[in-house]
Ligand binder design. Structure first.
Ligand code: MG
Ligand code: MG
Length: 259
């Protein structure tokens, strides 16, 4: 049986998760044609350290950077490089921090300048998948209810749902049980309990669901090389309605998106 965190622990995870949201907003303000993923990574590293925290991904299982930056057909776990980004590309930026012994984890897919309508639709749909997953993350529901909701929306739009990578519990560890797949059957899987802290993170492909790992040992690519989007929130399961601990508010303020 799954167990929830204490309210003290949840407050510390909230603090870490808010810092992730602010870090992603800091990154958002730098994204334009010509910037390099390594420049974004450097800014995130400094910003996190300026806030008495450490990057959660740096050195995690040997990952070399603070951010995972996955461009276009890269799904997740992209290693920031020094190649300038171009108008029309998308960057999925995943950030984790560790502060006061607790992790926060959140991701957002950014457009570089203007992107095609097709790509914009992929991004918006993936974000809706995340929202639908969060809707189901209430006490008494099951893990499968979250995945089912995500899968319905993604596949209903003709998109592929990545199977190999999943959301997860988190707290003192970046990855704790349970796994939160982005596919599933209603009413199946472990029961969600009040206070359970999980990261929900749909990874949705414009084309096929299959992925491959690049020879760098990290980057996950779509098998058909069509683009993929990724949005992630750290949330706490509650009775009635989940509480979102991370936030896109600062990011969308920077992007001029009103929600
Ligand atoms: Mg993440
Ligand atoms: Mg995660």
């Amino acid at each position: 049986m799954l167990s929830g965190k204490s309210e003290e622990e949840i407050e510390l995870i909230r603090e870490s998760s808010l810092l992730v949201g602010k870090t992603l907003a800091e990154v958002a303000s730098l994204i334009e044609p010509g910037v390099t993923p390594l420049e974004l990574d450097k800014r995130a590293y400094e910003f996190i350290h300026d806030h008495e925290a450490v990057p959660g991904f740096l050195d995690y299982n040997g990952f070399p950077n603070s951010l995972c930056i996955s461009k276009n057909e890269a799904v997740v776990h992209g290693i920031p490089d020094d190649k300038p980004v171009k108008e029309g590309e998308i960057l999925s930026v995943d950030c984790g921090v560790l502060k006061n012994g607790f992790y926060g984890d959140s991701a957002y897919t950014f457009a570089v300048g203007e992107v095609s309508n097709e790509v914009r639709n992929l991004m918006e749909t993936t974000k809706r998948c995340l929202e639908a997953g969060i809707e189901e993350a209430r006490a008494g529901n099951r893990v499968g209810d979250i995945g089912h909701a995500v899968q319905q929306i993604a596949e209903g739009n003709g998109f592929g749902v990545v199977r190999e990578l999943v959301g997860h519990g988190l707290g003192r560890e970046l990855h704790e049980p349970p796994e939160i797949p982005n596919y599933g059957r209603r009413g199946r899987g472990p029961k969600l309990v009040d206070g359970l802290v999980i990261a929900i993170e749909p990874m949705i492909n414009m084309g096929v669901k299959e992925v491959q790992q690049l020879s760098d040992g990290w980057t996950i690519l779509t098998a058909d090389r069509k683009p993929s989007a990724h949005y992630e929130h750290t949330i706490v399961v509650r009775k009635g309605k989940a509480e979102v601990l991370s936030t896109f508010e600062f990011i969308e303020e920077k992007l001029g998106i009103t929600v």
